[in-house]
Structure formats: structure tokens, C-alpha cells
Design a protein around this ligand. Structure first.
Ligand code: C2E
Ligand code: MG
Ligand code: MG
Length: 406
């Protein structure tokens, strides 16, 4: 069965030739695809065709994608929105972010020219991700321990040595496979399931620490915690009990997202201070994406700042991103905090961060999030090296792969 056949895709592009080509291609790939070449016809298509997803060009003469996004917001469209454009990447990114701020479900921005197979691959990925998930299924999934931690290594940028990992929740759904956290964290937060889920992830992190602490005495494993949970005394009590052993407590780091830390900030500030008094490391996640970054840094007792991947991913393309990342690293260091860059995808980004004195890095260029058994395997290989360097290990692997493919 083609699971996408029922997916209605509306394509908006004023280039009629391209529009026809995209409709034909998407239809061949099993989507129910239609197109409009101007915003005049958008409202009618939205009510009659009722698309599940929208793919929109930036320039839709005489209108543009920002107007389209506003219309979609006004209609209350909840499906994924894809943007495409041949404009400079900064314009595409800015428009994509506006969509997010309007409350739309922004899926992906795609630079033109693109490969048609790549486009449908990307649509598929997001539409599959839209298959329905509900609270009842999540509750059962958490009870049955289908929600588990995968671990993404974090390394010391100067030496390439392993510092530890970030625990990232994955839902091993019996029908959908591995469901990424952004699809269920929001639901978990709204339903209160976030507390038991986070405790399970914390327990997985504790197990990882216990496995590796003898060979890696300074290991640090981070767990993401949404700030409002810190004011839930039941949750905090359980969490402290799980990390009771002093060695474990020293090795745990809690990552709090900047945006969640700023809501209800007095209570959260107090909760963070109490955790620090108990010796727990605190990391400010996604730094630079919230509106009150500097206030958060000044008032809250974070030990580490994580530079958001939206800046790090742009380092190779965008001079502004370099300026921002340099400033963030200087700021954190001047405040006596460590800096971890996340979303490091390339060797040049890694070298640039190292040249700025950034302390730690995490990203696909080093390793993707790994299932616990794969993490153990990876970790074992790094620690068995004389130099203990993940960079040297990866480089040797890349060279071996290149030699094999020649
Ligand atoms: P985060 O805490 O900022 O985690 C980093 C995200 O970036 C992870 O996505 C990771 O897989 C991804 N990532 C890391 N390196 C790269 C890279 O080089 N390139 C790209 N493209 N992505 C990279 P993931 O696992 O999908 O998690 C998304 C977010 O979900 C996390 O962002 C975190 O905010 C939230 N989350 C994950 N697990 C938990 C959890 O247990 N509790 C809570 N409250 N939130 C969680
Ligand atoms: Mg995080
Ligand atoms: Mg982050």
C-alpha cells in the first residue's frame, strides 16, 4: 500500500512550467498533488482540496510567500509547510522563521535548483512523521518502556577526547519505527507524561554513567529537562533519588532550553539554584534562540552554554553566523561558563570552533545519536585508542572508506 496516496499536497509556484513538472512528479510518486500559480486561488483550494501539506515558492508574482504564510495562519492550517526558492539562503531562512513565528508547522526549506527525488524524499519524511500519534499511545509507550534514550557523543574540541553524551529520547513505536522527540515531547508536556518520560531517560543516563565511569571517570551525561518540571516537587524528588550516588550526581548534567527557562522565571531560578547547590551541572540549551538570552545567562546559575545548531550549521555558508558564534563563545567564557557547540556537521565548522576556543562539540560530523549498544561499541573503540581521539578515529574511518570505494 502506498501510504502517501492519501496525502494531499498543494504546490504554489508562479512558474507554471515548473509547477506542472512538480505536480506530475509528485503524482507519480503517489501523492495527490495539485497546484496554484497565484495566491488568488489559494483560499478556494484550501477549502475545496483541503491539502495535508503545502509546498510554496518564495516569489509568487505579484505576491510572496510571507503573504501566503499569513493566509495559511488565518485559515488555521496545521499541516506541514515547505518553502522552496532560488533566492539567497538568508531570505529563505528568514521567511521560514517567520512561518514558525506565525505558529505554522514549518517543515523544511528547500533551495532551488533541487533534485526531484530529494524533494519527494523530504516530503515523505515529514508526511510520514505526520501520521497520527495520540496521548493514549504515548502513555502506553512510556509504560512499556518504548521511549528510551539514544546517546550522542560530546567531545573535547582541543583533543577530540570523549567527554560524554547527550541523552535524546526516541520512541520505538511498534508500527512507525523510531519516532523523533519533536513529535511527542509537546504532547508529553501538555499531558503531564513528560515527568515519567524524563525519569526513564534519566534512569537510562544513570545506567550509561555506571557502565562507563570506571574507564571514563570524568564522564558527563546530559539529560534534557523542560524548565516547568523543575518546579514539580514530586519530579525533583524522584530525579534526585535516581542520582543519589555522589559519583552519579557529579556526572549528570541537566539541559534546560532557553525558551522554557524564561517562563515563570523566578520559580525556575530558585529551582535551578537549588540544583546547583546540590552539585548538579546545568546547561543552557539552544542558546541564542530565545528572546531573553542575556537575562537568562546573567540571572541563572548555568555552568555551560550550548550554542544552538541553527548558528553552527550556517558557519560554512554565512559570515554573520561566524560573528554571532564568536560573540556567544566570548560571552560565555567571560562569564566563566563552558561552551558546547551542537549541530557540528562539517570539518571546517569543527576547525573554526576550535580556533575560537570553544570547549566541546556535538554533531553528525563526530557521531549521530546512537542506540545504547552502538554507543557502547563506539565508546569502546575510542577509549581503546592510544590517543583517545574521536577525531583521529573518524578520520581513519573516512580514509578507509574512501580507499574501499576506489
Ligand atoms: P536538543 O536538546 O537541542 O538536541 C539536539 C538535537 O539536534 C537532537 O535532535 C540531535 O539529534 C540533533 N543534532 C545533533 N547534531 C546534529 C547535527 O550535526 N545536525 C543535525 N541536523 N542535527 C543534529 P533530536 O534528538 O531530534 O531532539 C530534538 C529536541 O527534542 C532536543 O533538542 C530536545 O530539545 C528535545 N528532546 C530530546 N529528548 C528529550 C527529552 O528526553 N526530554 C525533553 N524534555 N526534550 C527532549
Ligand atoms: Mg539538548
Ligand atoms: Mg539544543
Amino acid at each position: 500500500m502506498n501510504v502517501f496516496a492519501s496525502h494531499r499536497l498543494l504546490i504554489i509556484d508562479d512558474d507554471r512550467e515548473l509547477l506542472e513538472l512538480l505536480i506530475r512528479h509528485c503524482a507519480r510518486q503517489g501523492f495527490d498533488a495539485r497546484g496554484v500559480s497565484s495566491l488568488r486561488d489559494l483560499g478556494q483550494q484550501m477549502t475545496q482540496f483541503r491539502p495535508d501539506a503545502v509546498l510554496c515558492d518564495l516569489a509568487i508574482d505579484p505576491d510572496d510567500a510571507v503573504q501566503c504564510l499569513e493566509l495559511l495562519r488565518d485559515i488555521g492550517f496545521a499541516g506541514p509547510v515547505f518553502l522552496m526558492s532560488g533566492c539567497e539562503s538568508r531570505v529563505l531562512r528568514a521567511t521560514f522563521q517567520i512561518g514558525g513565528q506565525l505558529g505554522l508547522n514549518m517543515a523544511e526549506s528547500i533551495a532551488k535548483p533541487f533534485d526531484l527525488a530529494e524533494l519527494t524524499g523530504c516530503l515523505r519524511l515529514h508526511l510520514k512523521a505526520e501520521l497520527p500519534l495520540n496521548e493514549q499511545a504515548l502513555r502506553a509507550g512510556i509504560e512499556q518502556r518504548q521511549v528510551i534514550a539514544h546517546f550522542q557523543p560530546q567531545v573535547d574540541l582541543a583533543s577530540g577526547r570523549l567527554l560524554g553524551a547527550e541523552a535524546l529520547a526516541r520512541w520505538a513505536h511498534p508500527n512507525l519505527g523510531l519516532v523523533p522527540p519533536l513529535r511527542f515531547i509537546g504532547m508529553a508536556e501538555k499531558s503531564g507524561l513528560i515527568a515519567p518520560m524524563t525519569l526513564h531517560i534519566l534512569a537510562d543516563a544513570v545506567r550509561l554513567i555506571e557502565t562507563w565511569q570506571s574507564s571514563l571517570p570524568d564522564i558527563r551525561v546530559s539529560v534534557n529537562v523542560t524548565a516547568p518540571l523543575l518546579t514539580d516537587q514530586g519530579f525533583v524528588g524522584e530525579a534526585l533519588r535516581l542520582i543519589e550516588a555522589p559519583k552519579v550526581r557529579r556526572a549528570i548534567k541537566l539541559e534546560i532550553t532557553e525558551s522554557s527557562a524564561m517562563d515563570n522565571s523566578l520559580e525556575i531560578e530558585a529551582a535551578l539554584a537549588r540544583l546547583r547547590i546540590r552539585g548538579i551541572s546545568l546547561s543552557l540549551d539552544d542558546f541564542g534562540t530565545g528572546y531573553s538570552s542575556l537575562v537568562a545567562l546573567h540571572r541563572m546559575p548555568f555552568t555551560e552554554l550550548k550554542v544552538d545548531q541553527s548558528f553552527v550549521k550556517e558557519l560554512d555558508r554565512d559570515g554573520d553566523a561566524k560573528v554571532i558564534v564568536r560573540a556567544l563563545i566570548d560571552l560565555a567564557h567571560n562569564l566563566g561558563q563552558k561552551v558546547c557547540a551542537e549541530g557540528v556537521e562539517t570539518a571546517p565548522a569543527l576547525s573554526f570552533l576550535r580556533s575560537l576556543g570553544c570547549d566541546a562539540a556535538q554533531g553528525f560530523h563526530i557521531a549521530k545519536p546512537l542506540a545504547p549498544e552502538d554507543f557502547d561499541d563506539w565508546c569502546g573503540q575510542i577509549l581503546s585508542r592510544d590517543d583517545g581521539s574521536a577525531f583521529a578515529f573518524n578520520e581513519e574511518r573516512r580514509q578507509a572508506e574512501a580507499a574501499r570505494s576506489h
